[in-house]
Design a protein around this ligand. Structure first.
Ligand SMILES: C=C1C[C@]23C[C@@]1(O)CC[C@H]2[C@@]12CCC[C@@](C)(C(=O)O1)[C@H]2[C@@H]3C(=O)O
Ligand SMILES: O=C(O)CCC(=O)C(=O)O
Ligand SMILES: [Fe+2]
Length: 377
């Protein structure tokens, strides 16, 4: 796995002043984890509050063998910014093995997990999501990020049998990167972008070896008071795209205009594809980087594995010239992934609008501020 991504936080360390608490055995929600605002954004998007039931639209499920796959993907990217894929070619056995390694990791004693903690200027290791620093309350989840080789951290976690767990994670990373490269072309194709338009897609034009990815293992224990807790706060991903495996417990929700928060139900063997901020910029705003979050529940724990896929960290990302003309001026200034991760660590959900080109007569200019007002828990 590439370790270039690990450089991104060296100049902008993310200090988290939270104490680690073993939340798995708690019978009550401690004040440190009690959120007063769990339904932010919902009213603005025209939806109901958590717990209210109403019929809403469903996140598209796309069969990658469907003859209309390009149109289906293009439509999903524009209207939802998220979809699920089936017939993607990733063997169920690999998904099962990776889930089993992740479960094994999170079931280790807290002292053991803390031996593999993420450092403030690092990306890899056990610890809170980087966005935790924006909230006064803690999230009801544990996480482990892997960028580059997992070997050093896994040796700390499993001194005896780290090798097998490393093999599983490395195989998963390799397969996910291949699928992400394939998804990239399906999404770009449906925008009319060809290999000639993407100079950094690597020698074979398949994004392989050119792109970086980080894996984030997320674990959400069952929660004694789920309505006042937050598994992972609403955010967009700072990626080109994210491929998410979720086990059979639901919890992922996306914000959809006119519907509010919509649950992405787990489907056997399915994988969720989430458009990130960089693809939003490259498409000049036509593909939506969707605001999403993870909620928790009282009876079941939940596990998800995100492959956060981005371009080579020092390539300038900007709207494709093909998608720009006098009536569609570029909406974003060029930025590298490295710089954008730093911007996200500083501005969180306002990062995207901070990269937006300011034009006084652009009536949409303030849209991002309207959609993503920064909220404290
Ligand atoms: C490459 C990355 C994207 C990410 C920050 C990270 O350095 C590694 C973890 C990623 C993650 C996963 C959970 C949500 C998120 C917002 C976070 O805090 O850590 C994302 C970050 C992101 O997309 O900005
Ligand atoms: O656990 C989930 O469903 C969401 C995880 C996520 O959004 C992330 O890791 O970026
Ligand atoms: Fe995410």
């Amino acid at each position: 796995m590439s370790s270039r991504l690990s450089e991104a936080y060296k100049t902008r360390p993310v200090h988290l002043h939270h104490r680690h608490l073993d939340i798995t055995s708690l019978q009550e929600l401690p004040d440190s984890h009690a959120w007063s605002q769990v339904d932010e954004y919902s009213a603005a998007a025209g939806g109901l509050r958590r717990g209210d039931s109403f019929v809403s639209e469903n996140v598209p499920v796309i069969d990658l063998h469907d003859p209309n796959v390009l149109q289906l993907i293009g439509h999903a990217c524009k209207t939802w910014g998220v979809f699920q894929v089936i017939n993607h070619g990733i063997p169920t056995s690999l998904l099962d093995k990776t889930e089993s390694t992740s479960r094994n990791l999170f079931s280790l004693p807290i002292e053991q997990k803390l031996k593999a903690s993420r450092s403030p200027d690092g990306i890899s290791g056990y610890g809170f999501a980087t966005i935790s620093s924006f909230f006064s309350k803690l999230m009801w989840s544990e996480g482990f990020t892997i960028a580059g080789s997992p070997l050093d951290h896994f040796r700390q976690l499993w001194p005896q049998d780290y090798a097998n767990h490393c093999d599983v994670i490395e195989e998963y990373d390799k397969e996910m990167k291949k699928l992400a490269g394939r998804m990239m072309w399906l999404m770009l194709d449906s925008l009319g972008i060809t290999k000639r338009d993407v100079k950094w897609a690597g020698p074979k034009g398949k994004f392989e070896d050119a792109c970086s990815a980080a894996l984030r293992l997320n674990y959400y224990p069952a929660c004694p008071d789920p309505d006042r807790a937050m598994g992972l706060a609403a955010h967009t991903d700072s990626t080109l795209l994210t491929i998410l495996y979720q086990n059979s417990t639901s919890g992922l929700q996306v914000l959809k205009e006119g519907n509010g928060w919509v649950t992405v139900p787990p489907i056997p063997g399915g994988l969720v594809v989430i458009i990130g901020d960089l693809l939003h910029m490259m498409s000049n705003g036509s593909y939506t980087s969707v605001l999403h979050r993870a909620v928790v529940n009282r009876s079941k724990d939940r596990l998800s594995i995100a492959c956060l896929y981005g371009p080579p960290t020092s390539v300038q990302i900007s709207p494709f010239p093909k998608l720009v003309d006098p009536s569609h001026p570029p909406l974003y200034r060029p930025i590298t992934w490295h710089e954008y991760l730093g911007t996200k660590a500083k501005h969180f959900n306002e990062a995207l609008s901070s990269v937006r080109i300011c034009s006084p007569d652009d009536s949409n200019f303030n849209d991002d501020f309207v959609c993503f007002p920064r909220k404290k828990a």
